[in-house]
Design a protein around this ligand. Structure first.
Ligand SMILES: Cc1cc2nc3c(=O)[nH]c(=O)nc-3n(C[C@H](O)[C@H](O)[C@H](O)COP(=O)(O)OP(=O)(O)OC[C@H]3O[C@@H](n4cnc5c(N)ncnc54)[C@H](O)[C@@H]3O)c2cc1C
Length: 437
């Protein structure tokens, strides 16, 4: 049998390679690390989480939680790794990023039908292939993709939040608590009085930002809006956004603070903490100065500063079908953030669909299409449906078929969506598993 090429060993590429390999298809997994790295990747390992260590909600009544459960049921490697390396994070599924990446890397390295190739791919490989090179696809490959008729690129800007070391956080000021007591000391909270908040916003607004080539504010994705951009919307924009104090009581003051900066555990040991929602493009020196005004972070040591980067993605609706295969290029698939799905899990999910679909092509099996009543199917439908103003998108209920008759209560509706989706996934799982060698 021909070997399938999977280019890029990120969240999508690893999941795709795993799905091919477990169906007995020989795979070349081609990754340019560790020789070459994008501006955001640091580790030599596969499936690197470049910013937050959170994979979002784990609850079935949340679209992201539902997507996770569907992926678990159809044998996702990324979900297996996430469940095995999770760290406490309230209702969210957060992982120890080092252990997570190690788990995925070892699983693929130990897979007899996977051959790992360490090189940069600079031109489109022949089919059968899956391109999963992510939002920071290397320029040579990016140009090669754009040169193919119909494969126009788009882009927007994304930003990552800083990470500080646990020992440098002043615990006499920061307090442990999760919102509404969901979880057990999973977050540290730096409380601010109104005067401290105003002084902080004042400095944030006049802090110097790093120049980003071609940067335009309207090319920012709302979910990744830098704190300084949110602050420009109005004095209380942050207090109602990432710094909202709802569900938190400062035990020393005995009341809700005016505003809060939350720090989320990056690893099980609690040696690294992420400033939640504090994506930024401030210059590094300015991050130290301005974020040092946050009570508890006066002497914070930055393990990583926040950065802003360009995000490259295809206009998928005019290029891809719902299985992530390029129309008119048989056997050539795309997966991950380059297709316009947004976030770690949706990227892995698209890799799962592309991997299963390419394997079935190669094994001459009838295709399986995940229907729109499932989160997996909703993603495939989103990327492939006509859409002039196509924007990157994570998974959300708005994309999944609404149950009929319509249920007014939001929670009951979410429960019904989950129930219906998991019944459907169970049937698909059975059909898929029967054919696994
Ligand atoms: C700075 C930054 C912060 C982010 N923050 C978050 C966040 O907090 N939460 C979230 O959910 N998502 C975040 N994202 C989005 C995140 O990148 C995606 O969710 C996810 O990593 C995409 O998975 P992927 O597999 O498509 O790409 P990636 O995980 O980026 O993997 C792509 C792989 O392809 C390799 N590669 C690139 N070009 C080539 C080539 N020519 N040849 C061979 N290999 C190549 C890269 O080295 C990389 O290993 C962030 C992205 C960036 C850049």
């Amino acid at each position: 049998m021909k070997r399938a090429a999977v280019v890029g060993a990120g969240l999508a590429g690893c999941e795709a390679a795993w799905q091919l390999a477990r169906r007995g298809v020989p795979v070349d997994l081609i990754e340019m690390k560790p020789r070459l790295r994008t501006p955001a990747h640091e580790s030599p390992l596969f499936a690197e989480l470049v910013c937050s260590n959170s994979l979002k909600s784990n609850a079935l009544t949340n679209a992201s939680g539902l997507l996770k459960e569907e992926m678990r049921r159809v044998g996702s490697l990324i979900m297996q790794a996430a469940d095995a390396t999770r760290v406490p994070a309230g209702g969210a599924l957060a992982v120890d990023r080092g252990l997570f990446a190690r788990y995925v890397t070892d699983a693929l390295a130990g897979c007899p039908s996977v051959r790992i190739v360490s090189e940069e791919v600079c031109s489109l490989p022949d089919a059968p292939a899956i391109i999963a090179t992510g939002p920071l696809t290397s320029p040579a490959l990016s140009d090669a993709i754009a040169a193919l008729p119909g494969l126009e690129r788009l882009y927007f800007f994304d930003a990552a939040a800083p990470i500080v070391t646990g020992e440098s956080i002043d615990r006499t000021r920061a307090f442990e608590a999760a919102r509404y007591d969901k979880g057990d000391g999973d977050y540290l909270n730096c409380p601010m009085t109104e005067a401290e908040y105003d002084a902080f916003i004042g400095e944030l607004l006049c802090a110097e930002t790093a120049p980003v080539h071609g940067f335009e504010e309207d090319r920012l994705y709302e979910g990744c809006m830098p704190v300084e951009s949110i602050a420009r919307r109005g004095r209380l924009a942050l207090a109602y956004g990432p710094m909202r104090p709802v569900g938190l009581i400062d035990p020393r003051a005995g009341r809700r603070p005016f505003a809060v900066v939350q720090l989320r555990r990056e690893n099980a040991e609690g040696t690294l903490w992420n400033l939640v929602g504090f994506q930024t493009r401030l210059r590094f020196g300015e991050q130290k100065r301005v974020f040092g005004m946050i009570p508890g972070l006066e002497r914070a040591e930055f393990a990583r500063y926040g950065v802003m980067h360009r995000n490259t993605y295809l206009h998928s609706p005019s290029i891809l079908n719902e299985r992530f295969e390029a129309r008119g290029y048989r056997g050539l698939y795309f997966a991950g953030q380059i297709t316009g799905v947004e976030g770690y899990l949706p990227s892995a999910a698209s890799g799962l669909i592309a991997g299963i679909s390419l394997a079935r092509d190669m094994l001459a099996l009838a295709q399986v299409v995940f229907p729109g009543c499932t989160a997996l199917g909703a993603l495939g439908r989103y990327v492939s449906s006509p859409n002039k103003d196509y924007q990157p998108m994570g998974i959300q209920y708005g994309l999944i078929d609404t149950p009929e008759p319509r249920i007014r209560n939001k929670r009951l509706r979410a429960e019904r969506v989950a129930e219906r989706s998991l019944e459907t996934i169970e049937n698909i799982r059975r059909a898929l598993e029967e054919e696994i060698t």
